[in-house]
Design a protein around this ligand. Structure first.
Ligand SMILES: [Zn+2]
Length: 261
C-alpha cells in the first residue's frame, strides 16, 4: 500500500475541504477547475470510454443542450453566447437551448470557473462566475472540459514537453499536475492550447511551476481562444469529418477504423 506525495496532497485537500466545507452545494474541484462528484471519478479520461461523450445526432451534429442562469448582465450573456456559438463554425458541436432533454449543461455563476469532464448525465453545472470567468477563452475552456477534455499539462506525454517544478507548487495544489492517461487524438502537445495553464499556475513563490522542454524560453499558456490543435482534437473525438482537414482525417481514420469520413 503506497501513498505518493500527490495522492497524499489530494487526501489532504479532501480532508481540508471536509473540515471547511463552505458550501455543501459546491462539488469538489480537482485540477483547479474540474469538478468531480466522488473520489472514484477522479482522473476521468477524456472520453476514452464512450460514456462521457455527447451523442451524435443522425444529421451528423452533436447537440449539447444548455440553460443559462438569469443572473448575468446582457454584456456577460453576450460573451457567454459568443463562446457557445464559436464551436459552430469550427466543429459539428452545436450548443442549443434546452427544451426537454435529460442531459444538459447548466451555466451558472457559482464559486469560480469550473466544469465536469464530459457528459455526466442529467443537469451538470458549468460555473462561470461573474467575477473572473466571463472571458471568451474561459468560456471555451470550460466548455471543452464539458465536452471531455482535460488540461494540456496533464496529458500523458507532457513530460516530453514541459518539466513540472514540483518544489514551486503550493503544497495542496500538487494534484493539479498529476498526469492522466489521456487520449491525445494524434494531436501534438500544444503550448498554445486554451487548456494549457500558464507558467506560474499554482505557484507558491512566484517562480515557474512548469518549464518548457527543450527551450525554456518558449511562451505557453497565453491562449486567448481555442488553438487549431484544440479544434482538431475536438473534431477527431467527435468525428466531425466535414471539419477535419485531410491531414487530420488520417488521424481520424487511424483512431477509429470503422469511421467513414
Ligand atoms: Zn480547466
Amino acid at each position: 500500500f503506497l501513498i505518493d506525495t500527490a495522492t497524499f496532497s489530494l487526501l489532504y485537500v479532501i480532508s481540508l475541504f471536509c473540515m471547511l466545507a463552505p458550501d455543501f452545494d459546491e462539488p469538489e474541484l480537482t485540477e483547479g477547475d474540474i469538478a468531480v462528484d466522488s473520489d472514484s471519478e477522479r482522473n476521468a479520461d477524456p472520453c476514452t470510454s464512450s460514456g462521457c461523450r455527447w451523442p451524435k445526432s443522425s444529421d451528423g451534429k452533436v447537440y449539447v443542450p444548455y440553460v443559462i442562469a438569469n443572473h448575468y448582465s446582457s454584456r456577460e450573456l453576450q460573451i457567454i453566447q459568443r463562446g457557445l456559438d464559436s464551436f459552430s463554425s469550427m466543429s459539428c458541436i452545436r450548443f442549443k437551448r434546452r427544451s426537454n432533454e435529460r442531459d444538459y449543461l447548466s451555466i451558472e455563476s457559482r464559486n469560480g470557473c469550473y466544469s465536469y469532464v464530459g457528459r455526466r448525465g442529467n443537469a451538470q453545472t458549468v460555473s462561470l462566475a461573474r467575477s473572473g470567468c466571463i472571458y471568451h477563452k474561459t468560456v471555451q475552456h470550460e466548455l471543452l472540459h464539458a465536452l471531455g477534455f482535460n488540461h494540456e499539462q496533464t496529458r500523458s506525454d507532457r513530460d516530453n514537453h514541459i518539466r513540472v517544478v514540483w518544489e514551486n507548487i503550493v503544497e495542496n495544489m500538487k494534484h493539479n499536475f498529476n498526469k492522466i492517461a489521456t487520449l491525445n487524438q494524434g494531436t501534438p502537445y500544444d503550448y498554445n492550447s486554451v487548456m494549457q495553464y500558464h507558467r506560474t499556475a499554482f505557484s507558491k513563490n512566484g517562480k515557474p511551476t512548469m518549464v518548457p522542454i527543450p527551450n525554456n524560453n518558449v511562451s505557453f499558456g497565453q491562449a486567448t481562444q481555442m488553438s487549431q490543435n484544440d479544434i482538431n482534437r475536438l473534431n477527431t473525438l467527435y468525428k466531425c469529418c466535414e471539419y477535419l482537414t485531410s491531414h487530420d482525417t488520417i488521424y481520424c481514420l487511424q483512431f477509429n477504423k470503422i469511421l467513414v469520413c
